[in-house]
Write a protein that binds this ligand. Structure first.
Ligand code: GDP
Length: 386
């Protein structure tokens, strides 16, 4: 039976969230202090997302709010000029909160076991109270039309872990564009208190070099019997590695994995180490059974201790930041040049001349550059002759 207060409340005008034909059993009264609009929100269309201010983003990231972090990453990934401006402002604001994480890159050919490995490693770290962010750099979608890393539901178990944050690769674009977004996402994750940031990439094309240039420690996963060519050994990927892990060292494959590891150790002996003062070790692991995973992590920690003490880590980060700035300058110059109206207009004809063998490549390049500078090439030639 409703009490007196409730009966009186029912006699008040019908709130707009109550159906017209609501009978006496319909709960048209609301407890004091409860927001009726909050009650109706759970049904029907989801509430419209509020636009966040820079302060909202910064506060959310400080509070380690993963929903805000995810939105902040979306903001820096956006190609819309207004978003880019806001994104850069946000990055400048969070900069003092970055830099404390261990930045670890992981690469390997498709099927080598990257996601299984990261899931096993990430879960262990989270169980020990660490906060782990996993980012992917996968520009393959722009080349092959399909993403190598993103097609399947990956790292399901880890994604349910309270201490983990998993972000798939920014969508299709040039490697440079994808890398920029991932670097910025990495900074946002660090500001949000993730103390290990794993950047995963597929071992194809130039991806490894790009990821190497944004992390402290670079781990290359391999498997026995996949062939040197396939695993990028001829491309020099081994020379980028701070740690080689021969994965799938289990069951019948264990003996072959042990032989592959020994061979790797022999090869590494003759190569210059990727990090000064840290001879790259080759280890065995089974991402599936978990065997060897903690030894891999011990080695990663040892790497950080050694290179931090020697000042190599600090030096690496400084030169990475400078190189990144220069690559952004290059990117911007190239973009401006190819977007220039005169260049756009003359590019097909200059390309045709080079293809037909009528103009040497260098002369054609100079011609195009002159258009980019707003000088008509013929005028440039005359000026040269003066
Ligand atoms: P990715 O493409 O490099 O991310 O590879 P996945 O993690 O998706 O693994 C590819 C396949 O190898 C899957 O079927 C995994 O179950 C399997 N796999 C991954 N790690 C191991 C391992 O340590 N041992 C064995 N036997 N299989 C593994």
């Amino acid at each position: 039976m409703p009490n007196k207060a409730q009966r009186e409340h029912c006699q008040q005008p019908r709130p707009d969230w109550v159906p017209e034909d609501a009978g006496p059993g319909f709960a048209t009264w609301v407890l004091e202090g409860v927001n009726p609009s909050g009650v109706t929100r759970s049904v029907g269309a989801p509430p419209k997302r509020r636009t966040l201010s820079i302060d909202d983003y910064v506060d959310g990231i400080k509070r380690r709010d993963t929903a805000i972090l995810a939105r902040a990453i979306t903001l820096v990934e956006s190609n819309a000029p207004a978003h880019q401006e806001l994104g850069q402002e946000l990055l400048a604001r969070i900069m003092p909160m970055t830099g404390a994480a261990m930045r670890v890159g992981i690469t390997g050919i498709p099927g080598v076991g990257k996601s299984t490995f990261i899931e096993a490693l990430g879960s262990r770290l989270c169980d020990k109270g660490r906060r782990v962010a996993v980012l992917a750099v996968d520009p393959s979608s722009s080349v092959t039309g399909g993403s190598i890393l993103g097609d399947k539901m990956r790292m399901e178990k880890l994604s349910r872990h309270i201490g983990a944050f998993i972000r798939p690769s920014p969508s299709a674009g040039s490697l440079g564009g994808v890398a920029r977004k991932s670097r910025e996402a990495m900074l946002l994750c660090e500001a949000a208190g993730y103390d290990v940031v794993i950047v995963e990439t597929v071992g194809v094309g130039q991806n490894e070099v790009t990821v190497r240039s944004m992390v402290d420690c670079f781990v290359v996963l391999m498997i026995a019997g996949a062939g040197d060519e396939v695993q990028g050994m001829k491309k020099g990927v081994i020379e980028l590695a701070d740690l080689i892990v021969v994965n799938k060292a289990d069951g019948e494959n264990k003996i072959r994995a042990m032989a592959a590891r020994a061979e790797m150790a022999r090869v590494l002996h003759y190569l210059k180490a990727a990090t000064e003062g840290w001879p790259t070790p080759a280890l065995l692991a089974s991402a599936m059974s978990g065997e060897g995973i903690s030894d891999v992590w011990k080695s990663v920690e040892e790497f950080f201790r050694t290179s931090r003490q020697a000042g190599v880590l600090d030096q690496r980060r400084r030169s990475q930041a400078i190189a990144w700035m220069h690559s952004l300058v290059n990117e911007a110059l190239l973009h401006d040049f190819y977007e220039n109206a005169a260049v756009k207009a003359h590019q097909p004809e200059v390309e045709r001349e080079v293809a037909d063998g009528k103009t040497p490549a260098l002369a054609a390049a100079r011609r195009l550059l002159a258009f980019g500078e707003g000088v008509h090439p013929d005028a440039a030639v005359e000026a040269d002759e003066d």
